[in-house]
Design a protein around this ligand. Structure first.
Ligand code: ZN
Length: 442
């Protein structure tokens, strides 16, 4: 992998071929051997996959199997899961996502999760499948998950870069980009995570189609990014979290990659991410680092995460799953389960922390900005205790979230009044903080 300035490493567009240790699964220097070994795995997998009951979440799966799995899971859990068309890829394949939604009269917020925007990051797509499985197997009995599903709909895209993913199974295990053709067929593939309309191709991306970080011929030039962008755009007012899953590096990244500037809810995003990293570590002891992409990884432009934040989605994160370079993109299958288990803890922690704030209809769809102090701590406490909400919380601050430690409220954030357009939309952090924020509509 390539060393960058200040001793950091370039996980994402690492020269993984030389970085893969000799004892790892495949000999990348010998493509014939790779193909033969891989074909064996493919043959074995095909014969073992018969029905949902025997689907093995501890294996990597070909796209055909994943699509069959999507079919079967939406059939088996048809009350809560539906399979939807998202768009077509460059090579004219269908992109599908799963929507997990419990029928309800509640107006719910949306959590978007995409996996496999980079073809070789197989553990990402394995996690999307694991996530869906976990939610569906436990939402009836697990109060934490059932509470989340009561307030949120999940939209999960297990394989974003379908053409690239197939190419990693047939031809080149460590292919990263899409498979679009450029320069009269002399080079192939756009880095889809450099192709979104967020300071497109300004930094950390290349205009040379030979490069791993080729940003495409223009912002959103690729059918895959078009499909995701237009869908997210159409739902953005309801999207609470945008989670995009990658490997490797063991990082939870916040915006931005293209600037040192921070989003106005940066501190809150970091707190939430740090808590998620702690929850993750508690599972199997795996350490993650937390920070903005430009601060702890490297500069990137045109990423989906930055774009999602820029259009007003409040909690937009990139997860870089295991490992930190030993196996890199070719994470052995015996690590799928622990990786997914710990990542599940982190994602649930993010959702726990993000969702109470916004679970009701109304409110936040913009960037946060600091405004002068509007109300003293004392006034806030009084208004809170005199309200008498039947739910026992937030009588005046009708939409809000409280952070508790050992049963004591250490922070409250909320919006006064009841709608998203009234003049009383003030978000406050009155306890223990002098920071007051105002909602700004985009
Ligand atoms: Zn990636």
């Amino acid at each position: 992998m390539a060393a960058l300035a200040n001793g950091r490493y370039d996980w994402e567009y690492a020269d993984h071929i030389s970085a893969v240790p000799a004892e790892s699964m495949f000999d990348f220097a010998n493509r014939g051997s790779l193909y033969e070994q891989w074909q064996e795995v493919v043959d074995k997998t095909e014969s073992s996959w018969r029905s949902l009951e025997t689907y093995n979440y501890n294996k990597y799966h070909r796209i055909e199997e994943i699509y069959l799995w999507m079919n079967q899971i939406s059939e088996k859990y048809k009350d809560v899961v539906t399979q939807h068309f998202l768009g077509m890829t460059y090579e004219n394949r269908t992109m599908y996502y799963l929507k997990i939604s419990q029928p309800s009269n509640n107006s719910k917020k949306i959590v978007w999760m995409d996996c496999g925007i980079h073809a070789r990051e197989w553990i990402a797509s394995a996690f999307c499948q694991w996530f869906v499985k976990e939610i569906l197997q436990s939402y009836k009995d697990n109060s934490r998950i059932s509470r989340l599903l009561g307030n949120l709909d999940f939209y999960v895209l297990p394989v974003l870069n379908v053409d690239g993913y197939i190419y990693t199974w047939t031809t080149d295990r460590v292919w990263r980009k899409s498979r679009s053709s450029h320069n009269n067929g002399t080079c192939f593939g756009t880095d889809l995570n450099r192709n979104f309309n967020a300071s497109w191709c300004s930094i950390g991306a290349s205009k040379n189609c030979q490069d791993l970080t080729f940003c495409g011929t223009g912002p959103v030039s690729e059918p895959e990014t078009k499909a995701v962008s237009s869908f997210i755009e159409s739902k953005k007012e309801d999207i609470l979290c945008f989670l995009t899953i990658h490997s490797y590096g063991q990082l939870i990244l916040t915006p931005y990659g293209y600037t040192q500037n921070k989003s106005s809810n940066y501190e809150e995003m970091i707190q939430i991410a740090q808590k998620a990293a702690d929850a993750l570590k508690a599972k199997h002891g795996t350490s993650y680092r937390v920070g903005s992409s430009i601060d702890i990884l490297y500069a990137t432009s045109g990423s989906s995460r930055d774009w999602a934040q820029d259009i007003g989605i409040p909690f937009s994160y990139t997860f870089e799953l295991r490992d930190t370079g030993k196996h890199g993109f070719v994470l052995p299958e015996d690590q799928i389960e622990p990786t997914c288990e710990e990542t599940m803890e982190a994602v649930l922690s993010v959702l726990d922390d993000a969702s109470p704030f916004w679970q009701k209809p109304c409110c936040f769809l913009g960037k946060l900005e600091e405004v002068p102090i509007l109300q003293s701590k004392k006034q806030f406490s009084e208004s809170r205790t005199s309200g008498g909400s039947s739910k026992g919380a937030l009588p005046i601050i009708k939409r809000g979230r409280q952070t508790e430690e050992n049963g004591k409220i250490i922070k409250m954030v909320g919006i006064q009044g009841g709608d998203s357009t009234g003049s009383k939309n003030k978000m406050e952090t009155p306890l223990g903080s002098a920071r007051y924020r105002k909602f700004r509509q985009l």
